[in-house]
Structure formats: structure tokens, C-alpha cells
Design a protein around this ligand. Structure first.
Ligand SMILES: [Zn+2]
Length: 212
């Protein structure tokens, strides 16, 4: 039989399921980002109807957890460490693009115009949220710059307050080094996530990058 979540627009039932196992699954799904009780219930019932699909999903999660790691050199999400970009002979080691999150690398790689390498900060400075310079890998960035003889650093950070704060901080700590420091031109939406910027906009912002 099919487990019917009820009419499309129906409210999620207020009570709990008779099955403690199902109730536990719904509660666990509810902890995922962006899922309320109603969506969690719909997904749980979908799993009961599609047992093979549910098995594939749990297998995919386990496989990803067992194989995915972050590159210790650049912070990209990868299965090989160091990652393919860090070890590629055709990528310029002396040009480094600094991004906030590993997903910010994706639009660059999709657009395929950038031939340097990356460094992922893993966050942005945000004094209000308690993210201070000591919490981000600036020292590792400096070592990377020294080790690879980096001559050009491009900041590809969001134009949010946090992105601006981080760019100014990097300008301060990199300013005295003998390297070219630039940032993407405006064109990246204000407060918008870089990862969702389209290729044409990104390439234009890159080509018109400005020095400090
Ligand atoms: Zn890497």
C-alpha cells in the first residue's frame, strides 16, 4: 500500500505517529536545514513508499562521508588530498584566488577561464558573530603564498559587510608583500552568494578586477 502524506496543501498533523520508528525518522529529518515538520513527514513517507530509493540514499550518504575530505592545501572539497587543482601541472601556482567557501570554487571551474589555484578561508570575518582573524586560516594562507612564490592574489569574496571586512583585513596583512592584490569588480550582487553568480557575470567581474 502507499503511505499517503495527505492532500498537497494539507497542514501537517499536529500529533505524533503511532510508529515510534517513523516518528524518530521524521524528527531526525526535521533537524535538516530548511525542513519543517510538514516536509519532513512528506520525505519520511516517501521513503516508506520507495524503499530501494531510501537504501540508495543512505548508501550515498555513507559513501560520501567515507570518501569526501577537504584539501589540506587549499580547502577545496575533494576525494584526493592534495586536490587535483593543487597538483595540476597546468594550473599556475603563483596566482591564487581567495574565496570564502568551497562552493565558491564551482562557478570559477564551470566558467573555466581561471588558470590559477584557490585558497578557501572557510568563512568571513564577522566581529558581530564572533568570527575573528584567529578563527580563519590567514597564517596558512601566508605560508602558502611564501611556499609557492605567489605573485598575484585575487579576492573573490561576497560584497556583504563580512566580505568587505575580510577584504580590508587581507589588504592590510598582504599589503606589504611584493605581490599584486586585486578583487573582483562590482557586479557580484550585494550580499549575494558568489557560488550562485552566473558565469558571464563572474568572468566580467574577474576581467575588470581592481587593485587596492
Ligand atoms: Zn587543493
Amino acid at each position: 500500500m502507499a503511505y499517503d502524506p495527505g492532500g498537497g496543501g494539507a497542514q501537517a498533523p499536529g500529533g505524533e505517529f503511532q510508529s515510534p520508528a517513523l516518528e524518530q525518522l521524521v524528527r531526525r529529518l526535521q533537524q535538516l536545514p530548511g525542513l519543517g515538520r510538514k516536509s519532513a513527514t512528506r520525505i519520511a513517507l516517501h521513503f516508506l513508499n520507495d524503499r530501494e530509493g531510501a537504501g540508495d540514499l543512505t548508501e550515498a550518504v555513507a559513501h560520501a562521508l567515507a570518501n569526501v575530505t577537504q584539501c589540506t592545501r587549499c580547502g577545496a572539497i575533494t576525494e584526493a588530498d592534495p586536490c587535483a587543482i593543487c597538483t595540476s601541472a597546468t594550473r599556475e601556482a603563483t596566482v591564487l584566488c581567495v574565496v570564502a567557501s568551497p562552493v565558491d570554487i564551482l562557478p570559477f571551474e564551470k566558467a573555466a577561464f581561471f588558470r590559477g589555484r584557490y585558497f578557501v578561508l572557510g568563512g568571513l570575518l564577522s566581529p558581530l558573530d564572533g568570527v575573528r582573524a584567529a578563527d580563519l586560516p590567514f597564517e596558512r594562507l601566508m605560508s602558502r603564498i611564501d611556499e609557492d612564490g605567489v605573485s598575484e592574489v585575487i579576492l573573490a569574496l561576497d560584497t556583504s559587510v563580512e566580505g568587505e571586512t575580510t577584504a580590508l583585513y587581507l589588504q592590510r596583512i598582504l599589503g606589504e608583500r611584493d605581490l599584486q592584490l586585486s578583487r573582483l569588480a562590482t557586479g557580484i550582487p550585494v550580499g549575494g552568494a558568489l557560488a550562485y553568480t552566473d558565469e558571464a557575470t563572474l568572468q566580467q567581474a574577474f576581467q575588470h578586477r581592481t587593485g587596492f
